[in-house]
Design a protein around this ligand. Structure first.
Ligand SMILES: Nc1nc2c(ncn2[C@@H]2O[C@H](COP(=O)(O)OP(=O)(O)OP(=O)(O)O)[C@@H](O)[C@H]2O)c(=O)[nH]1
Length: 439
């Protein structure tokens, strides 16, 4: 949301700035060169005929008024006013390329069909100082009716006349208009003037240009928008990356938390299935394993172990000693089993072993070994040395068979062992198999 708001602000800011620049450009003062202003051009002169100098005369030099009157058929009949735009160095003129228009207020009385406005541009590649005509000519012809009122002439209207191109016979690139080094500006009447009186008054001649061209302003605005768009995209991208990184950190933290929870859950699960006193599986743990075996229909042999006369141990040596006996018996049994055997405390002084991949006779042999180990394990306790024995019942739970049924049969065998005098192993004889209990 904040991101959207900022982008909207940027957009509005950009539009306002664009409008301000466009409006500001209209209000900017223009570049001006007023050639008719007093002292603006120190070097100006009337063109005269060398044979007939009286034919061209100032009427009022201060106000740029002059007249031309050729009475005979002079070969060359100039009638013009020339402003020299170069300074001390005649090869270095003014850069009129920075101007766009020329505002002219010229009054003409006479029969000439047109008045010519021309600008000379000195180009050192081919112009020669000794030949004024070698500076490239740019001109426009104006009808008297065109200049009845002050006129605005685009400098782009001035073209290089064909006669000049033919006269110098230069390569095409030298004939292109270009006013970067304008050395002279002339207003004259180039036609045959014989017998007529021509009066001219140049009231004003001003060159205008923009300080900054419109093209540049538009280019700057375009660049600004491109820059703004790039900024917005970069900003959006960096915000996206930040939010992605933040989310990644959150995911990482959640992953760590999840794995911690999994470890804690595993711990709790273990605690829930472990007998606190002996450290072996409790009844719940055993039942889970038996369910898994039953679900896998792998079959197993069950061995139930019950400590003989355990009540007597408690009564004689105390409950703590009884606990110690339970711990020791659990340790003795666990120490004599294979890793694949499942062993736990079934309840009270009763333990259960589930052996996979074991035939019932082998399980009975294991039970016999355990019986001996238990008998040999004299247990020292605060109440003195305790001799313990245990009775065993062994039964087969064949693949696909019922574990509950096997447990009952193992229990029955155990009771037979108790009835037969204890400290012995009894096998369930209702269901015997020589086959291994697992595939
Ligand atoms: N110290 C201790 N005693 C327990 C625990 N659980 C059960 N017992 C005792 O174990 C005794 C079991 O006695 P009985 O079921 O009569 O069996 P028994 O004395 O071993 O006799 P037989 O099994 O017939 O040989 C009871 O006195 C229970 O209180 C325990 O966690 N710690």
């Amino acid at each position: 949301m904040r991101h959207d708001l900022s982008n909207t602000h940027l957009l509005i800011g950009g539009i306002v700035l664009t409008l301000a620049v466009l409006a500001g450009q209209e209000l900017l003062p223009t570049r001006k060169l007023e050639l008719t202003a007093p002292g603006a051009v120190s070097n100006l002169f009337l063109q005269t005929s060398s044979d007939n100098q009286a034919a061209v005369q100032w009427i009022d030099a201060e106000h740029f008024r002059w007249k031309c009157h050729y009475t005979g058929f002079d070969k060359y009949q100039p009638c013009g006013l020339t402003f020299i735009l170069s300074g001390d160095d005649p090869a270095r003129g003014r850069d009129l390329g920075r101007f766009d228009t020329l505002e002219m207020d010229l009054r003409y009385k006479g029969p000439s069909s047109y008045i010519r406005l021309s600008i000379r541009n000195f180009d050192p590649r081919f112009s020669k100082l000794e030949d004024a005509n070698s500076a490239r000519m740019h001109s426009v012809n104006l009808r008297p009716r065109d200049i009845e009122k002050p006129v605005s002439i685009e400098l782009s209207e001035l073209t290089v006349p064909e006669w000049w191109i033919q006269q110098f016979n230069l390569s095409r690139e030298y004939n292109r208009p270009g006013l970067q080094n304008a050395t002279a500006l002339t207003i004259d009447l180039p036609s045959d003037l014989t017998g007529q009186v021509h009066e001219l008054e140049l009231r004003s001649l001003v060159l205008n240009g923009e300080w900054i061209s419109r093209d540049r302003v538009y280019l700057a605005i375009l660049c600004g928008w491109l820059l703004g768009a790039t900024l917005m995209v970069t900003r959006g991208w960096s915000q996206l990356r930040q939010s992605h990184n933040r989310q990644q950190r959150e995911i990482d933290a959640l992953t760590v938390r999840t794995s911690q929870l999994r470890i804690e859950q595993e711990k709790l699960r273990r605690l829930a299935t472990i007998d606190e006193l002996t450290g072996v599986l409790n009844r719940r743990g055993l039942e889970q394993s038996l369910e898994d075996f039953e679900a896998a229909a792998q079959g197993m042999t069950l061995v139930i172990l019950d400590i003989d006369h355990f009540k007597h141990v408690n009564d004689r040596h105390g409950h703590d000693c009884g606990d110690e006996v339970l711990r020791r018996i659990a340790a003795v049994v666990a120490g004599n089993l294979r890793a694949s055997d499942v062993f736990g405390r079934w309840g009270g002084e009763e333990f259960l072993i589930a052996c996979q991949g074991t035939r019932i006779r082998d399980a009975a042999r294991l039970a016999e070994k355990l019986r001996e180990r238990v008998q040999q394990s004299n247990i020292d306790s605060a109440g003195g040395r305790v001799a313990v024995t245990a009775s065993f019942g062994v039964a087969l739970a064949p693949p696909g068979g019922s574990t509950a049924d096997a447990l009952k049969r193992a229990d029955a065998a155990l009771y037979r062992a108790k009835d037969a005098g204890r400290n012995r192993v009894e096998m369930d004889r209702t269901l015997q198999s020589e086959a291994p209990t697992t595939v």
